[in-house]
Design a protein around this ligand. Structure first.
Ligand code: SIN
Length: 327
């Protein structure tokens, strides 16, 4: 049997509230070891080791916690007697943590993130089955060198493309921009149907590096009539800025002028769109310009992570554009 390490970080999967209810609960209050007891079939899938790393609502995740998690995953993955890793995590920011790990962990061994939409105390809690399938997925040879993946409701998602698209159903995730999910599961059986083409884990230049902190990158949301002054404030605090524009990554002339001024002061600006299925190219459709970087098919919040990592190496726009193209 394979040896799988489960690293618990908190979230609704470890949430508790009034018995039977799916609302009014506190995330990260139940030990994942107790949830495992409700899934005795796990013992037939793999030998399990547990690490309770933290117990937080995923809205408390930040860059330091990502770095801490990355280090523990790298340590565990380096062990000859470990075949795969499962991370339990809150669903609100799981897509950000998964993408950070996808870019920075230095292993081809399976790393599977999962969580739950219902707390452990709810009727038909979804956590136990997600953990069961996540362990089966981490123990399966097909998951080797697939990058970091997420498992929800029998669907296998790449960390790059997964997004939470629903906040009240257990089937709460999707793969954006017409990118297919990586596969699906039937109980413990794994069916990988496609593999990621963007760089990840051992193929990512960011997996070979050490980080003690990450550069500051802000996110600015444009809406009709948004005042441009907000950019001034963000520009003072940040080395980079991701702008969430409309349509193809658009904004007003006033915003463009402020962004030009920030770019001239050395702030690296990345353009993205509030449209959930969108491609944002380097040249704005209505306003050809060369200061800025388009996210291509990344979501804004993942673009922020990639930009932070890029800025640890360079602030050269052409080089960062190349990276956005490949990652
Ligand atoms: C969280 O993200 O920690 C709370 C919500 C959830 O896990 O579904």
């Amino acid at each position: 049997m394979k040896n799988i390490v489960i690293i618990a970080t908190g979230g609704t999967i470890a949430g508790s509230g009034e018995a039977g209810r799916t609302t009014e609960y506190r995330a990260g209050t139940v030990a994942v070891a107790d949830i495992l007891k409700s899934v005795p079939q796990l013992g037939k899938l793999a030998n399990i080791e547990m690490i309770s790393l933290m117990s937080v609502d995923s809205n408390e995740m930040d860059e330091q916690k990502w770095l801490q998690l990355r280090e523990v995953i790298n340590q565990q993955a380096a062990r000859d007697d470990v075949d795969g890793i499962v991370v339990t995590h809150g669903t609100d920011t799981i897509e950000e943590t998964a993408y950070f790990l996808n870019l920075t962990v230095n292993t081809a061994k399976p790393v599977v993130l999962t969580g739950a939409m219902r707390p452990a105390t709810a009727t038909s809690a979804d956590g136990p089955f997600n953990i069961y399938q996540a362990v089966a997925l981490a123990a399966d040879d097909q998951t080797y060198d697939c990058g970091v993946v997420c498992l929800f409701s029998s669907t296998i998602y790449s960390a790059r493309d997964i997004a939470k698209i629903n906040n009240y159903k257990i089937d709460a995730f999707s793969s954006l921009n017409d990118h297919a999910a990586l596969g699906y599961m039937r109980d413990a059986e794994v069916f990988i149907t496609s593999r990621p083409v963007s760089k990840h884990t051992i193929h990512s230049k960011f997996s070979q590096l050490e980080y003690s902190a990450l550069p500051k990158v802000g996110v600015a949301v444009y809406y009709a009539g948004a005042p441009a002054e907000v950019l001034e404030r963000l520009g003072q605090d940040c080395d980079g800025l991701v702008v969430i524009g409309t349509g193809s990554g658009n904004y007003s002339q006033a915003w463009r002028q402020k962004l030009d001024a920030l770019a001239e002061r050395g702030v690296v600006v990345v353009r993205s769109s509030r449209v959930s299925n969108s491609i944002v190219f380097d040249e704005p459709i209505f306003d050809p310009h060369d200061h800025f970087i388009g996210v291509n098919t990344l979501t804004s919040y993942k673009a922020r992570i990639l930009l932070m990592l890029c800025l640890t190496q360079t602030n050269d726009i052409a080089a960062i554009r190349q990276t956005f193209f490949k990652y």
